[in-house]
Ligand binder design. Sequence first.
Ligand code: XMP
Length: 314
Amino acid sequence: MKDVAEFVEECIQKLKNEIEGTAIIACSGGVDSTTSAVLGNRAIGERLVTVFVDTGYLRKGEPEHVQALLRNMGLNLRFVDASAEFYKALKGVTDPERKRKVIGNLFIKMFEREAEKVKADTLIQGTIAPDWIESGGQLRDVIKSHHNVGGLPEEMKMKLSEPLRDLYKDEVRKVARHLGLEIAEKQPFPGPGLAVRVLGEATRERTAILREACAIVEEEIEAAASRGECELPWQYFAVLLPVKSVGVRGDVRAYGETVVVRAVQSIDAMTASASPLPYSLLERIGIRITNSTPEVVRVVYDVTHKPPGTIEWE
Ligand code: XMP
């Protein structure tokens, strides 16, 4: 990307020229989709309908927080609670690629439904470069079907517009900062949400366990970073494994869930290194997770860099 101001100006102009009628965007409140929504809003104002879907795979407090944030930005917002539909669609689905496809397809179906309601002819997406590169866009093997890319049907009725398609994450943050968005520094969150952090079947119940663990990881790491105990990682979260192990609660044998803590440093998500978090912080996280989620009897730390590991576990 050349100059940020120039990029923003050209992008808004391009969207103005490209979109004749009404456009629709799926906004998760993350950096990519919110930046895209704000660019779209600056280009065509109320003619951009921003849809925020609660898939049931959002983080703790996110549905309420993101709605308030997007409304305060003056976006023309539609909120859809689709959690029941998503849990139903993922029933029995354990394969990671299948999970992504099911979620992507349901997402698109919902958008087509919302788009029909508002008669939108253009779909704006917050796709960024690593999303399509890692989905096989450059003759590379598919690493993961990213949600922004993998779910699109071959014959989509709407025209597709991807204003951030050629940017990497650090560049998107620059654009967001330039636009004055408070989400500019927010850590990345995958399109399929917590569903790809609950390995195996992402049921409502298992997702609730992971949601609590993720909140604890975020809270503890942010607090430690603000006290100067460590650098704030680029991304940090919890993963629930499909592996049970033997533990003990009180004097009784417990056979329970395993949570992985993942924290990485990265610049563009293409490569990443596991963050060297202080042991005392990891210990606090472990104690809090096992105290607040009785189903979990074991917490482990992932020390794998990318490559060979990816940042998310699915
Ligand atoms: P991986 O796990 O492939 O992830 O190393 C690289 C970065 O992308 C995020 N991620 C996604 N972002 N849609 C997105 O918009 C997706 O489907 C998706 N999957 C992973 C991931 O959190 C990391 O920051």
